[in-house]
Design a protein around this ligand. Structure first.
Ligand code: ASP
Length: 327
């Protein structure tokens, strides 16, 4: 795969380091293009270090509290792996039902507790705005690992890093990105559309009528001068697409299960459909998939979703090193 045109030896950076030390990561709105270049430079370096030495001692003695009120495989385990690859350790709270949360403890109190033992808190919570509430309560950095249908900033950072690494950083301006599926409840696309609006991209949204991208997100993206268009079917936009970002219909967010049933199989990407796409484009998915991409497509070189997960490790290593001032 083509590698990034970023300088892989970008210094771990005197001046930028101060910017992120002790900071919370709550929303992609906190990032500008310079930040991305810096983060991706560090992530690129992390990748090299993992390939060369596997584990090293940058965060030796540091502790991460991984606090998950919602299910997670990738985000939770990649933050754990990131911390451990950097020589740190993790307090895992993946089953809040076994913690004092089930006794009725409030989020601010839980966070205040964990920061007595940990240096950084990664939080996933079903309510939009919860990460900001936790960050307000905590003195230590809080990293938003998904707040309901709100945002998933570290996913958007790793998604953009994937695009840089796979297609070349210099190619992002001028690119057409098509987001497909549940754009209403999918927090990953809410963050990604906002983050990509830092570049001169064109964004297509393809979804069932009831799962359209929220107006609030589209307005923010439009304010950056980014052309956006909405479609009900993929056919028309697939041939021009450089990045096809597929999402799962978020069953857990539906109040009426009958509504979910109506839209759950709306789009399925398979080798036949992908004949109409470019040869040098990529297909991404934050995963888990539940049928939106046929397994028959997995061996296609354009299927980037498994590589995307690995990029997530390096981006999360970079973020942890940055907020802990040890990059
Ligand atoms: N893993 C992603 C998230 O937590 C996407 C998904 O669940 O569909 O938002």
């Amino acid at each position: 795969m083509p590698t990034s045109s970023l300088n892989p030896h970008l210094p771990f950076g005197e001046n930028k380091l101060a910017d992120w030390y002790g900071k919370d990561i709550i929303s992609v709105k906190q990032f500008g293009r310079d930040d991305l270049e810096y983060i991706f430079g560090v992530a690129h370096e992390m990748r090299g270090m993992v390939e060369r030495v596997g584990t090293f001692d940058l965060l030796k003695g540091k502790i991460l509290a991984n606090l998950f009120y919602e299910p997670s495989t990738r985000t939770s385990s990649s933050f754990t792996a990131a911390m451990e690859r950097l020589g740190g350790s993790v307090i895992p709270i993946n089953e809040v039902k076994y913690s004092s949360v089930s006794k009725g403890e409030s989020l601010p109190d839980t966070v205040r507790t964990l920061e007595c033992y940990a240096d950084v808190i990664v939080l996933r919570h079903p309510e939009t705005g919860s990460a900001a509430i936790a960050a307000k309560a905590a003195r230590k950095p809080v990293i938003n690992a998904g707040d309901g249908i709100g945002e998933h900033p570290t996913q958007a950072l790793l998604d953009t890093f994937t695009i840089f690494e796979e297609l070349g950083a210099g190619q992002v301006d001028g690119m057409t990105v098509t987001m497909l599926g549940d754009l209403k409840y999918g927090r990953t696309v809410h963050s990604l559309a906002r983050l990509l609006s830092l570049f001169k991209v064109k964004i297509n949204y393809v979804s069932p009528d009831i799962l359209k991208m929220p107006k609030e997100v589209m307005d923010e993206v439009a304010a950056k001068g980014i052309p956006q268009a909405e479609f009900g079917s993929l056919e028309k936009v697939l041939p021009e697409t450089d990045v096809l970002y597929v999402t799962r219909v978020q069953k857990e967010r539906f109040e009426d299960p009958a509504e979910y049933e109506k839209v759950k199989g709306a789009y399925v990407i398979d080798p036949a459909i992908m004949k109409a796409a470019k040869k040098d484009m990529i297909v991404m998915h934050p995963l888990p998939r539940v049928g939106e991409i046929s397994v028959d497509f997995d061996e296609d070189p354009r299927a980037a979703y498994f590589r995307q997960m690995e990029y997530g490790l390096y981006v999360r290593m970079a973020l942890l090193a940055m907020v802990l001032g040890k990059a």
